[in-house]
Design a protein around this ligand. Structure first.
Ligand code: SR1
Ligand code: MG
Length: 414
């Protein structure tokens, strides 16, 4: 990797500024991997294509030739504007996470070629051959590898970055490097707090008020979400991606890539798998709500529920065998089962909170917002709130994933 603080051509050293497309093009052509290309003989183009909540994304490509992506952090939340400042250091957290993932599941993450902490950017592999999985699921496309690949990603990262695999001092150093307070605070607030009271950042159709009143007075759900929030803030178990929803995954029928780990930190091992499963459930809710007007939707909803089951069972199988093989621990079957039960209960609770916040919180999702018919959309959101609340209610007492899964399937069937 290049030394920190390298200059964009034509810029002063040591200062940050947000690039425009022309500057991104010049920067990319001066750094790996495109600096090695025969730049003069190709017509180059740079486009800003970021559609996420936070960053600039430039695709730099030569016609028919090589390409790369520059990801640059903005010093504020793009979704909201400059009134919400946000640390540029998140770009470094993201790059560090990719370096860890490259050692654990290199086929499931993009390659990173170059980084520049002054400009808060890195250059990575262009994944334009893939699509954002959320968009594909909304459009009814299928990703047969998705569940298995994400289960493997979550099992590998949850086990191999934990104390079961790292030495004691190594693990503590990793935790220290990954303390990411500003982005964690966003999750503490937007996932575990704001959706559970009448917070200014929430946004929802007034027709959902009765559903929200039920949630906001559900002592069991509120007690459990408070415990999950506390666990998120205190239990540094493993390196967590921190934002592993279907908008943070690029895919095709043949490939899966996890992107956007800027929310990474050391947290509860069930967090990522729970957030991912929640987003499969949201897709299932969306398709199920639209089934009366479209024959394909019933099958798509069933597929998404099936993908959630496959995700959990494959994750469970893999992490169980990783724990069994953990060097220096000799965990008995009983103690492995105990750890896995904790992960299951955390994951189910996170899934509930994520479903609710994606329905009424600040950062909602196309699976629900994109339903054109107002009545159908409200129905889908009410179902998501009901399912999310149910997951929160049962998470502390379930003994098996199926206990939670069947509850969601029954709610979708109504
Ligand atoms: C203010 S950021 C809102 C959301 O966008 C990110 O993708 C995370 O999901 C965060 O909660
Ligand atoms: Mg993101």
């Amino acid at each position: 990797m290049a030394p920190h603080g390298e200059r964009t051509p034509g810029q002063d050293a040591g200062t940050y500024h947000a690039l425009n497309a022309q500057e991104a093009l010049r920067y990319a052509l001066a750094h790996p991997p495109l600096a090695t290309a025969d730049a003069g003989s190709v017509a180059w183009d740079a486009r800003e294509v970021g559609d996420g909540n936070l960053n600039l994304i430039f695709i730099v490509s030569g016609d028919g030739g090589p390409s790369a992506v520059i990801k640059q952090a903005l010093p504020y939340v793009r979704l909201v504007g400059e009134s919400w400042p946000l640390t540029l250091e998140r770009n470094r957290f993201e790059r560090d996470a990719y370096a860890v993932y490259a050692g654990l599941a290199p086929d499931l993450v993009p390659r990173v070629y170059h980084a520049d902490d002054t400009l808060a950017l890195f250059i990575m592999e262009d994944l334009s051959r893939l699509e954002v999985v959320r968009g594909g699921l909304v459009a009814g496309r299928r990703f047969p590898r998705l569940a298995g690949d994400i289960a493997r990603f979550c099992a590998e990262t949850a086990a191999r970055t934990s104390d079961f695999y790292l030495g004691s001092a190594e693990k503590k150093a990793a935790v220290r490097r990954s303390i990411n307070p500003e982005l964690c605070m966003i999750t503490e607030d937007l996932v575990f707090a704001a959706p559970f009271y009448n917070a200014a950042s929430n946004s929802y159709e007034p027709a959902l008020q009765p559903d929200l009143d039920r949630l906001w007075t559900d002592d069991r759900a509120l007690t459990n979400v408070a415990a999950l929030r506390y666990a998120f803030m205190t239990r540094a178990e493993a390196l967590v991606h921190g934002d592993l929803h279907t908008g943070s995954i690029m895919g095709s029928p043949a490939e899966t890539r996890v992107v956007d780990p800027e929310f990474c930190f050391y947290g509860p091992s069930g967090f990522d798998i729970g957030m991912f499963i929640a987003n499969l459930y949201l897709s299932a809710v969306s398709h199920a709500a639209q089934r009366a007007r479209d024959d394909q939707r019933r099958a798509l909803a069933r597929d998404m529920l099936g993908a959630a089951e496959e995700t959990w069972s494959e994750f469970h199988r893999r992490i169980e065998s990783l724990l069994a093989a953990a060097p220096a621990w000799q965990l008995s079957a009983t103690s492995r089962a105990e750890f896995l039960m904790q992960i299951l209960r955390d994951a189910v609770g996170v899934a509930g909170a994520e479903m609710i916040r994606r329905t009424v919180g600040l950062a909602r999702v196309a699976d629900l917002e994109g339903i054109g018919d107002r009545q159908v959309r409200i129905g889908a959101k009410a179902t998501a709130l009901h399912a999310g609340r149910q997951l929160l209610r049962v998470q502390r007492t379930i003994d098996a994933f199926q206990d939670a899964h069947q509850a969601v399937a029954r709610i979708l069937d109504k």
